[in-house]
Design a protein around this ligand. Structure first.
Ligand SMILES: Cc1ncc(COP(=O)(O)O)c(C=O)c1O
Length: 451
């Protein structure tokens, strides 16, 4: 079967021609055929953003079945940080798959799982004794972090924040703030979840200390520290709009948690694993979480997630209380070890910072010429712009959707996010060349100018 690729293009990521190339309109005929089959076979609730049939990806491009090559500014939602089909990751996957694909770590342990746990214990902030447990998805990691915190503290309540996104399982839907599309009609949700106000400098104008005292006051009055097992927060919020809290907010919340025996969980599923130019965004804010959840960028595209943290907390759960059939699957662990090696040997953290500098300077220049861009924020290769009415700051979701749609039609994959649907976020793979990044931003800028 033809993959619709040029003859000089081979599978295997970085050997793909690094160019934007449209040979049909999007979606082309082959992609349309797949999307028709999808509509007839796949549940309507599973949507898609880019109407193509993907057949290959690597470097900074995704290639479709019609031979179009699209610039990838989304990394499959912050997953392929080390690049898609990274050669070392692909080789590690193949080698492990040829060896064995599954034993179930809870039945017959294997080294890859232990090595990933050791790496997570080493790479996460905090120089105390740590333990890790591995799972399949970010939501599963969050569920388990909450389980562990409850067992450790003997308390039940959990605080999550406005604009939070923690997943689509029942507990994580409850923790997630936004109703449509994540929660609407899917209740009832788990009990003992409380929502605190987030620090959102562009919209609340509060200092970090003010925003923290607002959140702490709510926790003290409405829950009481004695009832509170855990506070969970994304250090830089992802789906909620790439909201970067004001300086001092996170340290104040962490201090309050420490003083009150509350487990502080940093959900770094999106912001972690090198995305922001440091291994974990918590480092930027000078905080050391008790527990950290990881997924997405951890394994170069394979499904793997982890909870890592203080040994006394992690070990509170009884034997057999944590796990799952596939958690820490050997193929996913092999991919993670290769991805971690890539981080440590290919200068990817520095590259994330470089990409961040490029994105920030391009986006702030665009903002200077278009007041509908109310805010530019983020860190490293996790940057965003928020669209709002220049006078009232009313969110402009329609403009956001139109710009993203136009960019995709021109062969640039961009994602939107935000509680108000008015944020375009940039999450390129760290293997994207600068010229493609510039070209992608040129196209987004042209799409904005046209609307
Ligand atoms: C911060 C955060 N937590 C949890 C999740 C859920 O991860 P998954 O989709 O792997 O279940 C996501 C996914 O976007 C996320 O961004």
């Amino acid at each position: 079967m033809s993959l619709g690729l040029d003859t000089h293009v081979s599978l295997g990521g970085p050997t793909l021609a690094q160019q934007r190339r449209l040979v049909t309109s999007i979606p082309g005929p082959r992609s349309q055929q797949l999307l028709a089959r999808k509509a007839a076979a796949v549940a309507a609730g599973v949507g898609h953003t880019v109407p193509i049939q993907a057949v290959a990806a690597g470097g900074g491009v995704v290639v479709d079945a019609d031979g179009n090559s699209l610039i990838d500014l989304g990394s499959g939602i912050a997953v392929t940080t080390v690049g898609n089909a990274h050669p070392t990751v692909a080789a590690a996957i193949a080698a492990q798959a040829a060896q064995f694909t599954h034993t179930c770590f809870m039945i017959s342990p294997y080294e890859g799982y232990v090595a990933v746990a050791e790496a997570l214990n080493r790479l996460t902030p905090g120089d105390f004794d740590k333990r890790s447990a591995l799972f399949n998805s970010g939501a599963e990691a969050v569920e388990n972090a909450v389980k562990i915190a409850r067992k450790f503290t003997g308390r039940q309540a959990v605080v999550a924040f406005d604009h939070a996104y923690h997943g689509r399982t029942n507990l994580t839907m409850g923790l997630t703030a936004k109703s449509m599309p994540y929660k609407s009609g899917f209740g009832p949700f788990a009990a003992e979840i409380y929502r605190a106000p987030m620090s959102y400098p562009y919209r609340d104008g509060l200092s970090g200390a003010e925003a923290a005292s607002r959140a702490i006051s709510l926790m003290e009055k409405q829950i009481g520290a004695d009832n509170l097992a855990a506070v969970i927060i994304e250090p830089i919020q992802g789906e909620g709009g790439f909201i970067v809290p004001a300086e001092g907010f996170l340290p104040a919340v962490v201090d309050w948690c420490r003083a009150n025996g509350v487990v502080f969980i940093a959900d770094e599923v999106q912001s972690g694993f090198g995305r922001t130019g440091v291994m974990f965004a918590s480092e930027t804010f000078g905080i050391v979480p008790d527990l950290i959840t990881t997924a997405k960028g951890i394994a170069g595209g394979m499904p793997l997630a982890g909870v890592t943290g203080r040994a006394d907390i992690m070990d509170a759960a009884h034997t057999g209380g944590l796990g799952g059939t596939y958690g820490g699957n050997p193929v996913a662990c092999a991919a993670a070890l290769a991805a971690i090696e890539a981080f440590e040997t290919e200068g990817l953290l520095a590259r994330a910072t470089e990409i961040g500098d490029l994105l920030r300077s391009r986006l702030t220049a665009l903002q200077a010429s278009d007041p509908r861009i109310g805010d530019v924020r983020g860190q490293g290769a996790m940057m965003a712009m928020e669209f709002a009415d220049p006078a009232t700051k009313a969110p402009d979701a329609a403009l956001t959707a139109a710009v993203a749609k136009a960019a995709i039609a021109e062969g640039v994959i961009v994602l939107t996010c935000g509680t108000y649907g008015n944020v375009i976020r940039f999450l390129p793979p760290l293997t994207i060349p600068d010229d493609l990044l510039h070209e992608g931003l040129d196209i987004v800028a042209a799409a904005l100018a046209a609307h």
